[in-house]
Write a protein that binds this ligand. Structure first.
Ligand SMILES: [Cu+2]
Length: 125
């Protein structure tokens, strides 16, 4: 192997490593809810081929307002399911749908699309 072959090999290994890192760690986007003056923990979530952010941190016993803006017409994301809170909602395309939750337990609660394909988490501390 000469130098250029070594460089190409190293480059390839680096790229593969990046792809693996991106797939497992890069996609997750964590946000901590902002506490408004009225004591509501608010987070804006963009829905487009997934949820962004997809990990939302809130604290227990304070109302949570999730504002889902669906930035696509793909039928996959037309429904939002928050099983632990018995919520199933239509998300109209290019509109913001507000979901109010009062977390009374700590833990991690998943929300998904109607087909269970897109996933996000509400982490209550
Ligand atoms: Cu779906």
């Amino acid at each position: 192997m000469d130098t250029s072959q070594i460089l190409v090999t190293l480059g390839g290994v680096g790229l593969a490593g990046f792809v693996v890192w991106y797939f497992f760690f890069g996609k997750r986007q964590t946000t901590t809810a902002t506490l408004t003056d009225s004591g509501v923990q608010e987070v804006a979530v963009t829905v487009k081929g997934g949820y962004s952010p997809d990990v939302i941190e809130v604290v227990k016993d304070k109302p949570v307002r999730l504002k889902f803006y669906r930035d696509e017409t793909s039928s996959c994301s037309e429904e939002l399911v928050f099983g632990d809170f018995s919520i199933r909602r239509e998300l109209p395309a290019f509109e913001t749908t507000v979901i109010n939750i009062l977390p009374t337990k700590t833990g991690t609660f998943e929300f998904t699309c109607g087909m269970n394909m897109l996933r996000g988490k509400l982490v209550v501390r």
